[in-house]
Design a binder for this molecule. Structure first.
Ligand code: GDG
Length: 756
């Protein structure tokens, strides 16, 4: 046992012993006076009886001698009686209460009123300078007449001695008892602790607990925690997939995984949104990076992995930039992978994208109080476009078993459709938005078909464990499937799908690290563009213009904050970048209208000459400009009503290499589960958000630095390469397992053929 183990064991023992010792001490302290009083009462009773006996013995003779006035004989009688060592003194008082005869030891202060005014504990005990005395007066009769009283005085100092002895024994008993109970408790605690640790260790080694333990008791102790522990282990397993030297995941590392673990297998990514949109700008063609979290995350991964990205060609110059097979090499400045475009008719786009995906599934999964709308004709388009994408995958695949990364809610049917075309493909589907509870999901008229489609995947990923659980519950409710909750797998139609959480992230080092201006220059630039004073307190929000992002709630919180802190009127400005999104949908048009009028109302209420608190910019900004706003701001506010992850939060952190700036973050984002050093808020609670915004604006620099430093470490370590690496490593393991089982089957078939 090492010194550290010994200290740990001592600390564990002390945890049991200390309360026990305190309890026994308190008990002892409370009990001692009670025991003292009890023993005193016993002795007094005993002395009462003894006095009675002595009085009975002397009574007759004393009565006669008193009658005769025989003083000498009475003294002799008294002195003889005093030979009993406990009897201290005797006296006779006549019927008038006058002291007539007494032994030399009789305390004069007692006189003939021995039982009054002496401060006795018991009626027969008096405390005199000689010590405690037991005094009893016994009536003496001559015939039927009382002629006086015999006063018997007993020495009680022995009671005190006995009482002190009893106290000593009692304390000794408590100490011995304490030691014995402590030893037994510590012994049992150590036994249980060891059993518990062994149980947890066996879980860590992945053994079944019942197998590991001979004793049922220990296994039962750990059992209630087994599934929690297993879930935790899966999390740890995810974190273990970090490079051995502790370095941060990087594009090189991801390439290493592809080369060594996936043996260079081809990678196909499929999503609705394309990473680069070509648009006409007069005569020229410009390239736009869409405002999309999916693109932000996947694009750097694709740069690292090469391969092919299949997506809807949505730009008006997209047709003009592809080759005969609808392919274009991207990124335009440094091509490293192929973008294969899929063309959709306006009708298809309306039904599949705007209708089913964005009016149906998006509000269904976000539960942001906008009713989902489901139309049959949208569903038909959704099915047919998913088929189109599956055909494109079939056409692009160079092998029979590619690794396909299917993305998001636009393509829920794609995994099954690919499985039908390429049975050996490894299909990793990632669902970028939340998965609601089974009841909410049940609203969708095509719920079974969607679940069936997704269960064509080999691996199905969500941002959080909570979303995984919701998905598994939904399958449990609506499909006939076998669910292995411990290993998080679903067996459906003879195939397994692993449901796992992979929290998405952004690239690290951040995209603009080499080209961006230093923070003070970014700030100076943004303040110049916005025409703001140097000492302005600047807040920023960056979102697609979407009702799930809580932008209305954010502005209301700012209004409340200005009501509560009027000293900030004229000093604080909030810039809201709201990139137009799904603008053809009525819900989004209404939302934009509401947003504009709320901003205008707040500005009208608090605005002054040359100053307005809200700068609402409903326009698409180039990514490097967004980065400059992040770097210029004193704080960034993310108040999504519900969000799968939210990458804006992570981008803001990544941009702040000066370790300044505060993040106010909605608790309903996936990011809130990782970024504990943000100021977490409930966006529905206006006052709470207002307080958090004020706190962010007044937070001391040291606190900002501590929080930002810790969040930066987290985003650096859990970057997007790690996200992709974790999924690809899981895929590699499953592929390996599949290959081995196929080889075994093959071997079985050959052996059978030889035997036949
Ligand atoms: C979905 C899930 C999940 C915004 N305005 C502009 C612009 N942006 C960029 C941001 C960021 C991205 O858009 C938004 O990402 P989010 O993660 O916040 O949100 P969604 O687009 O809804 O993404 C989400 C994500 O998928 C990934 O899985 O986190 O929960 O809803 O990168 O910087 N970019 C440019 N101009 C803008 O005006 N260039």
């Amino acid at each position: 046992m090492s010194a550290q183990d010994r200290i740990r064991s001592l600390r564990l023992s002390m945890r049991f012993i200390a309360p026990l010792v305190v309890t026994l001490a308190v008990l002892g302290y409370a009990l001692l006076p009670v025991v003292d009083r009890l023993t005193l009462r016993w002795w007094v009773n005993d002395l009462d009886t003894r006095s009675q006996l002595v009085a009975n013995t002397l009574e007759d003779q004393l009565a006669q001698l008193v009658q005769q006035g025989a003083t000498a004989k009475i003294n002799t009688l008294f002195n003889r009686a005093l030979q009993d060592q406990r009897l201290y003194a005797l006296a006779f008082c006549d019927e008038k209460g006058k002291l007539r005869y007494e032994t030399a030891t009789y305390p004069q202060s007692l006189r003939c009123q021995p039982l009054s005014g002496t401060g006795a504990d018991s009626p027969s005990v008096v405390h005199l300078p000689q010590g405690p005395l037991h005094v009893v007066a016994h009536p003496i009769y001559q015939g039927s007449d009382q002629i006086g009283s015999l006063v018997l005085v007993h020495d009680m100092s022995f009671v005190e001695r006995r009482s002190a002895d009893t106290r000593r024994y009692l304390i000794g008993l408590f100490v011995v008892l304490g030691v014995i109970i402590s030893l037994v408790t510590v012994f049992i605690a150590h036994l249980s602790w060891r059993g518990w640790i062994a149980g947890a260790r066996s879980l860590l080694r992945g053994e079944g607990i019942l197998q590991r333990f001979g004793q049922r008791e220990s296994s039962e102790d750990v059992h209630p925690l087994a599934s929690d522990l297993r879930a935790l282990l899966r999390d740890l397993d995810m974190s273990r997939r970090i490079p051995e030297d502790g370095a941060t995941w990087s594009p090189e590392m991801l390439r290493g995984v592809l080369r060594d673990k996936l043996l260079g297998d081809e990678i196909l990514v499929v999503s609705n949104r394309e990473p680069f949109i070509h648009v006409h700008r007069g005569e020229a063609i410009a390239v736009q990076r869409p405002a999309s979290g999916l693109v932000t995350a996947l694009e750097p991964v694709m740069r690292a992995c090469s391969g092919t990205w299949i997506a809807h060609g949505s730009g008006d110059a997209d047709h003009d930039t592809v080759d005969a097979k609808d392919r274009v090499r991207v990124p335009p400045d440094k091509p490293s992978y192929t973008l294969r475009r899929v063309w959709l008719t306006e009708e298809e786009e309306r039904g599949y994208y705007e209708g089913f995906a964005n009016e149906g599934l998006w509000p269904l999964c976000h539960i942001a109080h906008v009713r989902p709308v489901f139309r049959s004709r949208d569903w038909e388009e959704y099915v047919s476009v998913n088929r189109r994408f599956a055909e494109a995958v079939r056409a692009e695949a160079r092998t029979e078993d590619p690794v396909v990364l299917a993305q998001d809610y636009h393509l829920a049917l794609l995994p099954r459709l690919i499985r039908e075309r390429l049975p050996k493909a490894t299909i990793i589907t990632f669902w970028h938005i939340p998965w609601p509870n089974s009841e909410s999901f049940g609203i969708c008229p095509w719920r079974e078909a969607l679940l069936d489609g997704l269960l064509g995947s080999t691996i199905l990923g969500f941002h959080t464990r909570f979303h995984c659980q919701n998905f598994v519950e939904t399958v449990d409710r609506y499909l006939e499937a076998r669910i292995e909750r411990e290993s998080s797998t679903i067996s459906y139609g003879g195939r397994l799908t692993r449901v796992e959480h992979y929290p998405i992230s952004i690239q690290w080092p951040p995209e603009w690290v080499d080209t961006q201006l230093p923070v003070p220059l970014c700030r100076a630039k943004v303040l110049r563009v916005e025409k703001l004073a140097d000492d302005v307190l600047l807040g920023v929000g960056v979102d697609r213009c979407d009702y799930t992002k809580g932008i209305l709630e954010r502005l209301s919180a700012i209004e409340r904050m200005l009501e509560l802190h009027s000293e900030l009127i004229g000093r604080f400005v909030f810039v809201q970048i709201a990139a137009p999104s799904r603008s053809s949908l009525e819900e989004y048009q209404n939302f934009e209208g509401r947003l504009r009028s709320l901003a205008a109302r707040i500005n009208a209420r608090f605005g002054r000459e040359g100053w307005e608190p809200i700068r609402l910019k409903v326009e698409h900004h180039p990514s490097h400009i967004v980065n400059e706003y992040y770097r210029a701001a004193d704080m960034c506010v993310v108040t999504s009503l519900h969000d799968g992850m939210n990458l804006v939060a992570k981008e803001f952190i990544a941009s702040r290499d000066d370790e300044r700036g505060v993040l106010v973050l909605s608790q309903f984002t996936g990011a809130a589960r990782e970024l504990h050093d943000a100021l977490l808020v409930n966006p529905y609670h206006s006052e709470q958000c207002a307080h958090a915004i004020y706190r962010a604006l007044t937070m001391p620099a040291d606190e900002q630095r501590l929080r930002m430093r810790s969040m930066r470490r987290l985003v650096q370590e859990f970057n997007v390469y790690r996200w992709a690496g974790a999924m690809l490593l899981d895929a590699a393991r499953l592929r390996q397992r599949q290959r081995v089982s196929e080889r075994i089957k093959e071997h079985g078939r050959t052996t059978d053929a030889v035997k036949a």
